[in-house]
Unconditional design. Structure first.
Length: 152
């Protein structure tokens, strides 16, 4: 479910609110391998299913940074700020990876608006995205994203 704000200034009244969640996304071995190829991180725990079967998780796991990068896919599904000329990814704070994402697991992002401040020419929003693992008791990733929205 996507939470829609007609203007960036509407964010100010929603601090502390849950914003919704993205669709579930399956993390298959192909996605993990493509990420390994893109980043040069070919550690066996990610890309060698035979060796990973005997490893600490019993299967390949997604790179933590792959999980983090999916937040960029999830955010537009969680929140839609309208009436802007531009939105900018300003960065992240407090990134944690509490649980591994095993191959063929499904994950989704859940958003909470943590903080809103005015910046020169726009509004800055800190949205905490918790990447949940379907059926898991701990999240795969928790990150405070920082976005800037510049009104039309």
């Amino acid at each position: 479910m996507t939470t829609i704000f007609k203007t960036p200034h509407e964010l100010q009244d929603a601090v502390g609110n849950r914003l919704g969640e993205s669709e579930w996304l399956e993390i298959d071995q192909e996605r993990i391998n493509l990420f390994a190829e893109a980043t040069g991180d070919h550690q066996w725990i990610h890309v060698d299913p035979e060796k990973a079967k005997d490893g600490p998780f019993g299967a390949c796991i997604a790179h933590g940074y792959l999980t983090l990068s999916l937040v960029n896919l999830f955010l537009p599904q969680i929140v839609d700020v309208q009436g802007i000329s531009m939105g900018v990814n300003y960065g992240c704070e407090k990134i944690r990876f509490p649980a591994p994402v095993k191959v063929n697991s499904k994950v989704r992002g859940v958003g909470e608006l943590v903080e809103v401040t005015e910046v020169k020419g726009g509004i800055q929003a800190v949205i905490r995205v918790t990447v949940e693992i379907e059926g898991g008791d701990r999240p795969a990733c928790v990150v405070d994203t920082i976005s800037r929205y510049y009104p039309e």
